[in-house]
Ligand binder design. Structure first.
Ligand code: HEM
Length: 208
């Protein structure tokens, strides 16, 4: 019988600009025991575009047949799929771009955000297993968005430490305003996917 694997550990997207464009989705995870086979990623079907613009995929595999002898240990599984994408900017319809891919296992879900304008697609964040909502963490997802030069500049001009969770949390609204209006960083605004990640972090309550 085919069912979801236990957990999703890694999800990686590679965007290939061709015509049509391709999105390579690679997933690694763990099955609940030995003996699982033929792992595959199956995209959800949508009758209307999802509000968050993220495409859901089930991470499935063939469970061991009844009566077969299996070891009760979590076992590594991996697979990949290539999605052929006509136009990532209008993926869901007019002006509705593909914002990322969500990979679902039994115990967890991983989302990799995607920025089709810049072909950037390595922003893997955790997601709530029930609602699928993104739960970014400061240390893992937000802190790496600040370059050394951002941290140095903002310490010097405003004594604002962008490397500190406490300070970024305290000034989150002001920081987001400046990121969103493109006035910060001073040498060019952030790509949309990074902005969405910061917005999602604020929405999640600015967790560490
Ligand atoms: C992601 C990176 C950055 C973020 C989030 C950021 C955020 C901010 C914020 C929130 C303010 C307003 C502070 C206040 O009103 O008290 C500000 C001001 C300022 N920032 Fe940045 N900054 C970043 C990078 C940089 C860089 C790279 C420079 C260039 C050297 C820079 C130069 C300045 C300057 C000169 C000001 C004061 C003038 C103004 O308000 O426009 N910042 N920044």
């Amino acid at each position: 019988m085919e069912s979801k694997v236990y957990a999703v550990d890694h999800l990686r997207l590679t965007f290939q600009k061709a015509s049509p464009a391709n999105l390579l989705v690679e997933a690694e995870g763990r099955a609940a025991s030995s003996g699982w086979q033929n792992a595959r990623l199956i995209p959800h079907h949508y009758s209307s575009p999802p509000a968050d613009g993220v495409l859901g995929l089930d991470f499935l595999a063939q469970s061991p047949s009844a009566g077969s002898i299996v070891l009760p240990v979590l076992t590594h599984v991996h697979c990949h799929t290539v999605l052929s994408i006509e136009d990532p900017i209008n993926f869901w319809g007019d002006g509705l771009d593909l914002k990322g891919v969500r990979c679902e296992g039994v115990a967890n879900t991983k989302i990799s955000l995607f920025d089709p304008q810049h072909g950037k697609c390595d922003l893997v964040v955790a997601a709530d297993p029930l609602t699928g909502a993104v739960i970014p963490s400061f240390q893992r997802d937000i802190r790496p968005l600040f370059r050394d030069k951002d941290i140095k500049a903002m310490l010097a001009v405003r004594n604002l430490n962008l490397a500190s969770h406490t300070e970024v949390r305290r000034h989150a609204k002001l920081i987001f305003e400046r990121l969103e209006d493109g006035s910060m960083p001073c040498d060019g605004g952030w790509p949309q996917a990074d902005l969405e990640l910061f917005r999602a972090w604020i929405k999640a309550g600015t967790p560490p």
